[in-house]
Design a protein around this ligand. Structure first.
Ligand code: AMP
Ligand code: GLY
Length: 422
């Protein structure tokens, strides 16, 4: 089987690495890929949102399965395009990808499905948003841009004054362009966060092992929000009982409602959850693997990933007899460029990756890297996801940081407390 992975981050390197190790897989391409996917697979110089060229590549190279990493091509309809040309692709259709592409749509589905989530209301007019906020007691609220905003569209506000300022920035000052022309104002949820990823084929749902991301830039969850500075799996906070509740009250009704509404969901359903005193509630849905959650979760997967994704893409997930996991926990530490999540320099020479990779049970997943003249250079904000397994979370953490210590470039930094929350 020949596989094409679309994207260029740490999640995509993880997918390429894992898929390349599946017995039925003869070759893995990655478009556009990074310096890591060039080693574990073969890079193709096509941007992840160039749907036309991706499709033409898949056709002319007899690709048997395409796996899409990022949300942008999914929301743009890459799955509909590929399918209409008879190409097999893993991911949700454009209509189903609205679960991530439109927070208002996502809330609507949750409401219809009776899924526990923060109480919320959508607005397109600033006066109405302000009036709504004025009428609330002076409580914390969260203001969100409806559309995709590269992880920056959420403002957690301590009170209604801050909420009104955020609403003004989005609805009046066009902070997020069209993505912020509709906003969702919602109740602030208190608790611990967990990420639940499930493989879905429209009908059958197979949850993956649990994980927890670290969204804030600095130790102790301080600083600005990022794409994720590290992750570990499993998340011990999600007990078997809580997982049962998540499946019963969140995953099943959501997938059922998507089908009833005429947009059956196939792909990865990623539920970002808050574990509150009243039980798990959905913060948001994504329609793809999490990054860096994928690194910590998939390194533990023993079942053939190509087979799982291929069955899901064919609506035949029910044929799979459950998943097999390495019981050992995994920790992924993201190494980033100085300045991230703001602006940062590119092109710094990275050293020590091979040494780190040689450590046992350790894998360095590339994210923002590029290869040039036999060197690996930084090419993004999140540069590497240094991932290790161990007999305990503490042991996995120690191994991951031992590997981090091998790696350096001018301006490299990372959090030093990934997995401490466990
Ligand atoms: P998102 O981009 O939707 O993942 O949101 C970014 C972060 O904002 C989440 O990981 C949470 O930490 C926080 N957040 C979003 N919605 C809420 C909420 N309703 N209550 C509390 N925190 C929230
Ligand atoms: N790690 C958060 C995300 O993938 O959206």
């Amino acid at each position: 089987m020949k596989v094409l992975v679309v994207g260029q981050g740490g999640r995509e390197h993880t997918l390429v690495w894992k898929l390349a190790r599946c017995p039925g897989v003869e070759k893995v391409f990655c478009a556009p890929g990074n310096a890591g996917t060039a080693v574990d697979g073969e890079n193709v110089n096509i941007a992840s949102d160039d749907l036309g060229r991706l499709m033409s590549f898949a056709k002319h190279n007899d690709i048997d399965l395409t796996v899409v990493g990022p949300e942008v091509p999914l929301v743009a309809g890459i799955v509909d395009e590929f399918k209409s040309h008879g190409l097999k692709i893993f991911g949700p259709t454009r209509a189903a990808a609205r679960l991530e592409g439109s927070k208002a749509f996502s809330k609507e589905i949750m409401k219809k499905a009776g899924v526990p989530t923060a109480a919320s209301k959508s607005f397109t007019r600033l006066e109405e948003a302000h009036a709504y906020l004025d009428a609330l007691e002076d409580v914390a609220v969260v203001v969100k841009a409806d559309g995709l905003a590269a992880g920056k569209g959420v403002h957690v506000c301590r009170n209604c004054t801050e909420g009104k300022a955020a609403a003004t920035k989005m609805l009046q000052d066009d902070l997020f362009g069209t993505a912020g022309q509709t906003i969702v104002i919602e109740e602030f949820l208190d608790g611990h966060e967990a990420s639940i990823l499930a493989i879905v084929d429209g009908d059958t749902i197979i949850p993956l092992e649990t994980s927890q991301d670290h969204k804030r830039a600095f130790d102790g969850d301080q600083g600005p929000n990022t794409g994720g500075m590290g992750a570990y799996s499993p998340a011990p906070l999600v007990t078997d009982e809580i997982m049962d509740e998540i499946i019963r009250r969140i995953l099943v009704p959501t997938i059922h409602t998507m089908r009833v509404e005429g947009h059956p969901f196939s792909g990865v359903l990623y539920a970002g959850l808050m574990l509150t005193a009243q039980g798990p509630k959905v913060i948001e849905y994504n329609v793809r693997f999490g990054d860096p959650e994928a690194q910590a979760v998939l390194i533990r997967l023993k079942t053939d990933l190509a087979q799982i994704l291929s069955l899901a893409a064919s609506g035949r997930l029910a044929e799979l007899e459950g998943l097999e996991w390495d019981e050992r926990p995994a920790v992924c530490v993201v190494m980033a460029s100085d300045g991230y999540p703001g602006s940062y320099a590119k092109g710094k020479v990275i050293s020590g990756v091979d040494e780190a990779d040689r450590l046992t049970e350790t894998k360095v997943f590339h994210a923002g890297t590029t290869g040039k003249d036999m060197q690996v250079l930084t090419d993004g904000g999140r540069v590497l996801g240094v991932t290790a397994m161990g007999d305990s979370i503490a042991a996995a953490k120690q191994s991951a940081y031992r590997a981090v210590d091998q790696i350096s470039w001018d301006g490299a930094w990372n959090r030093s407390d990934i997995s401490d929350k466990a």
